[in-house]
Design a binder for this molecule. Structure first.
Ligand SMILES: [Zn+2]
Length: 142
């Protein structure tokens, strides 16, 4: 048994049909015994359908995605290392510390990092405070 996806050239319907073999498809087609399920037109044609091809493609996609993910992860971990080495961690006090650096220009700071909500970041940006949000990977996740 072989399954073909047939397409009706008349009404554009796509439907699947089973045949004993590819020869049977050719035979029925020649005798105009293949009819559209919808409009009964004999103007139907098999479309290219190769399940093995689809499977191997999705496997490749998965692999590519994983590679891409690992690459991005590596980049993020690189950022994290840079940040940890160069900035001061303030944790949940981030919003407070960011404001105090911004409004107290005498206070010297090498920069801070910590956690803040999206709303907090929006407010800080509106106040003209330069904040960046970067994706963060918890090392526990590894
Ligand atoms: Zn049709």
């Amino acid at each position: 048994m072989i399954k073909y996806r047939l397409a009706c050239k008349n009404c554009n319907l796509n439907f699947d049909s089973w045949f004993a073999s590819s020869n049977e498809y050719d035979r029925l087609k020649k005798k105009k015994l293949l009819n559209c399920h919808n409009c009964n037109s004999a103007n139907v044609q098999k479309t290219i359908m190769a399940p093995q091809l689809i499977n191997s493609k999705s496997k490749i996609d998965k692999k590519v995605n994983l590679e891409r993910y690992n690459k991005v992860k590596k980049t993020i971990i690189g950022y994290q290392k840079f940040i940890k080495d160069n900035l001061k961690y303030v944790g949940d006090n981030f919003v407070y510390e960011a404001r105090s650096i911004h409004y107290n220009s005498k206070k010297k700071s090498k920069g801070i990092y910590g956690s803040a909500s999206k709303e907090d970041l929006k407010e800080l940006k509106e106040e003209g405070i330069d904040v960046q949000m970067i994706p963060w990977i918890d090392e526990k996740d590894n």
